[in-house]
Design a binder for this molecule. Structure first.
Ligand SMILES: [Zn+2]
Ligand SMILES: [Zn+2]
Length: 400
């Protein structure tokens, strides 16, 4: 135990030594926001920085251009993965604070790198692009990532220190209505109005929303509604997100949404084409055993990660959910903004690029690193993580 305490002390000291670098990189990525799969700047900055502590870093790992991967330690030892995200949002930049996730993950990885050899464990670092809808982790997992891990961890910014994001499953779709054009005044009877089809579908789903579980969400927009008022629209298109607790419960909800599209098409004499994205985000299955270690380490660095209130139902969705079906995982959230400043707002972006973001990156790096040391040092912890994970059973349909 005293060996572990000493190791923890030197790893924390190493991360303290790295603070100027971590702050510089967090702010640099924040100043260069990049969208899904376009994160070349962040990819280069992070892989260059990792090159200092790891003998080789695989760029464009798992056949995904802006992904990366590296590892260090005993290939036969317990495997702990640190997961980094670094994509941003259109218009509002790093409003989800993924620059902090990247800096925290980098700090944990570089802080552990000199010492992992002495633990008998293996450290894996995954650079995962396109969390904001692109399913970067799913693309990587389809090419072999996240297998054989004893634990996978990341830490996500929020307005509170909290153990879990309560992330639910989501599948995105486009519905395209095809009708017939006609002069809207001279020959309206010749037309079949695709916009009417889309409007009726919207209203049907709006009615459906009254009769779904309180934890489910369906939200959509019109992306095309015609070209000119005096032409009966022959084409209309909509984009929808359908969310439910798990991939399992998402299935019947998707069918009910599809019925709304089909009924609207029938009512208006149109055809509808429904295209689901090639990936769905799974709910996050938190590893309670791993979280318990994480929370204890949080206290060591002065952060009290509390369980989410039972009244808070949903926060969002993440492709870390899919990882959590492949490996025991946690997705805690760390405070970078005052309470009540939500992610995905310009105000939140300001905090993620400021002093609070810096502090969260450093504290997050320490808590992740200390938790990795626990996993390597403690066979009983590994056993309870593994037992709990085994109880999830096989991979549900749609995870990959
Ligand atoms: Zn986000
Ligand atoms: Zn995010």
């Amino acid at each position: 135990m005293s060996d572990l305490s000493e190791l923890k002390r030197v790893v924390v000291a190493e991360i303290d030594r790295l603070v100027p670098l971590l702050v510089e990189i967090s702010r640099d990525i924040h100043a260069h926001p990049e969208l899904n799969y376009e994160e070349t700047y962040a990819h280069d900055v992070l892989t260059d920085a990792l090159g200092v502590g790891f003998s080789s870093v695989t760029r464009s790992a798992f056949d995904v251009d802006t992904a990366f991967h590296t590892s260090k330690g005993d290939a036969n030892g317990p495997r702990v993965a640190i997961v980094l995200e670094y994509d941003a949002l259109p218009e509002i930049g790093h409003a989800c604070g993924h620059n902090v996730i990247a800096a925290a993950g980098l700090g944990a990885s570089l802080g552990l790198a000199p010492f992992v050899g002495s633990t008998g464990g293996l450290l894996e670092v995954y650079g995962t692009p396109a969390e904001e809808g692109g399913g970067g982790k799913i693309a990587m997992a389809r090419n072999g990532a996240f297998r054989g891990l004893d634990a996978a961890m990341m830490v996500h910014p929020a307005d509170v220190d909290i153990t879990s994001m309560r992330a639910i499953a989501i599948h995105e779709c486009c519905a395209q209505f095809h009708g017939s054009e006609a002069h809207a005044a001279a020959a309206p009877h010749m037309g079949r109005n695709a916009l009417d089809g889309a409007v009726i579908a919207y209203n049907s789903i709006a009615a459906l929303r009254q009769h779904i579980r309180p934890t489910e969400r369906i939200h959509g927009i019109f992306t095309h509604g015609g070209d000119k008022p005096n032409i009966v629209p022959k084409y209309a298109a909509m984009n929808w997100y359908v969310r439910s607790d798990t991939l399992e419960t998402l299935k019947p909800l998707k069918e009910r949404v599809e019925q709304c599209f089909k009924g609207a098409a029938q009512a208006t004499g149109c055809e509808v084409e429904i295209q689901w994205e090639d990936h769905a985000y799974a709910d996050v299955r938190d590893s309670v055993a791993l979280l318990t270690a994480y929370v204890a380490n949080g206290r060591e660095v002065g952060r009290d990660f509390v369980a989410p209130s039972p009244h808070s139902t949903v926060v969002g969705s993440t492709d870390m959910g899919n990882v959590s079906y492949l490996a025991p995982s946690i997705h805690p959230m760390i405070r970078v903004a005052p309470r009540g400043v939500p992610i995905h707002t310009a105000r939140f972006a300001g905090y993620a690029g400021g002093d609070d973001g810096d502090r969260a990156a450093i504290d997050g790096a320490k808590v992740l690193a200390l938790t990795a040391l626990d996993v390597w040092a403690n066979p009983l912890l590994r056993e309870s993580i593994a037992t709990e994970f085994a109880a999830i059973g096989g991979l549900p349909d749609g995870v990959l």
